[in-house]
Design a protein around this ligand. Structure first.
Ligand code: KIV
Ligand code: ZN
Length: 517
């Protein structure tokens, strides 16, 4: 790879997934992995195979399905034989694969976590890189908490890991302690003091505890790092990891300064941001850079005046370059199939004929409910059909009654795997609570609602409502998302989605998290 290309290493499925309440099941991980392939990332860190049978299964499934598509599929391992072997086995069906081994090096971790002396750390790092090389040529080594490690010792570990065969050396800011100038110095020191540094790619891995993860990553790139580890929406434990979309767009928008490129298809950024948000239930703040709802809203009068005359007066990126759908008015009922197909293509989707027909039917049904259909509505229709995995329980119909002087009541009709409909009714504190109770009665699951959010997808009273729910059942967290012009229907569908996941629970909780190991 040329030296003006930055390798994008996505760790949404590993470090991102460690965020509390964000765990995904294998089907969801496969869906995100597919979107990461389309996005054009170079490496997908698919998980930590030793952590649990579920993690192993997910890494293996991703390796089998996407291992010959382009991105390297990577599995994480501690510097332990059993971890490395487990990662090697999970990845063995991938044509392009990488094992990522890590071992803490800072004095605080050596003393309190590992109780290991410096020479033992070096020996273990060499032994583990060598073992990982037995499974694949591409091995990454991370001295965990590198930023708080004595520089001379860090340089020694990095040199030895490269000699043992590490092709990438990652310099993690595990606890989000670095500042841009400090991180620049660490990378520059390694470039200067590790004799074989040119034989490996230097990588950055920044956490956002001080809100500096993206700035630090860019600083590492300026100092010579050519791989950046990041996550969609900056997902990750505590304050998260560096946000992929922000790094990619900073490099692209300021190409005049960095003179570096990535392989990312930036038009897919908003789509994958929505996908990850709906699967994990982690909503994106409105004013989040690049993918937030307000990222391209120019409200102040002076801005609008400038924008009307010349877009670039206040706009440094074009919304369409990041796949931002905003509130463009699109089509009406009479626009026809042809115009609808064109619009879908312009929004960056390629649908097979069967999916297209379903989305078109949904579009016609939506036109009956609302006069103006916007890009964001079309986007939601496509996503609903693309993320559709056959659920065990399907909603046939519901009815609610509520009011100031009535007891809120709901009746529900569901079908299970296409069998005869099942009906039940329940009361609640309000119509939505009654619907949730009725759904639970039919399915026979009692869950705890941990989070419920409703927001409008576009503007106006007739806008579709998007509902996100998070439920807890048997110590596992499940998410559901749905859209409708009727927020009670959207709530019912979102809750049903989460209950379906709980019913099919294939994601037992994890015994080990990388940094808690
Ligand atoms: O933050 C960290 O140090 C990590 C390592 C496992 C690379 O995530
Ligand atoms: Zn991390």
């Amino acid at each position: 790879m040329s030296s003006d290309r930055v390798i994008i290493f996505d760790t949404t499925l590993r470090d991102g997934e460690q965020s509390p309440g964000c765990s995904m099941n294998t089907a969801e991980k496969l869906e995100v992995a597919g979107a990461l392939v389309d996005l054009g990332v170079d490496v997908i860190e698919a998980g930590f195979p030793i952590a649990s049978p579920g993690d192993f299964e997910a890494v293996q499934a991703i390796a089998r399905q996407f291992g010959d598509r382009g991105p390297k599929i990577c599995g994480l391992a501690r510097c332990r034989d059993e971890d490395i072997d487990r990662a090697g086995h999970a990845l063995q069906d991938a044509k392009y694969r990488r094992i990522h081994v890590f071992l803490a090096t800072s004095s605080i971790h050596r003393q309190y976590k590992l109780q290991m002396e410096k020479p033992e750390i070096i020996a273990k790092a060499i032994e583990s890189v060598t073992r990982a090389k037995g499974f694949c040529d591409d091995v990454e080594f991370s001295p965990e908490d590198a930023v708080r490690t004595e520089l001379d010792f860090l340089a020694e570990v990095v040199e030895k890991a490269i000699t043992a065969g590490a092709t990438t050396v990652n310099i993690p800011d595990t606890v989000g302690y670095a500042t841009p100038a400090h991180y620049f110095q660490v990378i520059s020191y390694l470039k200067k003091n590790v004799p074989n540094i040119d034989q490996a790619i230097i990588s950055s891995h920044c956490h956002n505890d001080l809100g500096l993860a993206v700035a630090n990553s860019l600083s590492a790139v300026e100092a010579g790092a050519r791989q950046v580890e990041c996550t969609i929406n900056g997902l990750g434990e505590r304050a998260g990891n560096a946000a992929l979309e922000e790094i990619v767009m900073a490099l692209r928008t300021r190409h005049d300064y960095y003179k570096l490129s990535t392989g990312i298809n930036t038009r897919k950024l908003c789509g994958i941001s929505r996908l990850v948000s709906s699967i994990t239930g982690m909503t994106v703040q409105r004013n989040k850079a690049i993918v937030g709802q307000n990222a391209f809203a120019h409200e102040a009068g002076i801005h609008q005046h400038g924008m009307l005359k010349e877009r670039t007066t206040y706009e440094i990126m074009r919304p369409e370059d990041v796949g931002f759908t905003g509130s463009n008015l699109v089509l009406g009922k009479h626009s026809g199939r042809h115009a609808f197909r064109d619009r879908i293509a312009q929004l960056g989707h390629q649908l097979d004929e069967k999916t297209f027909e379903k989305v078109f039917d949904d579009f016609i049904a939506l036109c009956d409910k609302k006069k103006n259909v916007y890009d964001a509505d079309i986007q939601a229709l496509v996503e609903n059909r693309q993320t559709e995995t056959p659920d065990r329980w399907q909603l046939v119909s519901f009815h609610t009654s509520a009011g100031t002087s009535a007891i809120p009541t709901a009746t529900i009709e569901l079908v299970e795997n296409g069998q005869a409909p099942v009906r039940d009714a329940a009361i609640g504190d309000g119509p939505i609570d009654a619907v949730f109770n009725a759904l639970e009665r039919v399915i026979g699951i009692s869950a705890r609602l941990q989070n419920y959010q409703v927001r409008s997808l576009t503007m106006g009273k007739e806008a579709q409502g998007e509902v996100l729910v998070e439920i807890e059942h048997n110590n596992n967290v499940f998410h559901g998302r749905a859209t409708s012009t009727d927020i009670i229907e959207a709530s019912a569908l979102a809750y049903l989605k989460a209950l379906n996941k709980a019913a099919a629970n294939r994601n037992p909780h994890k015994p080990i998290h990388a940094q808690h190991a």
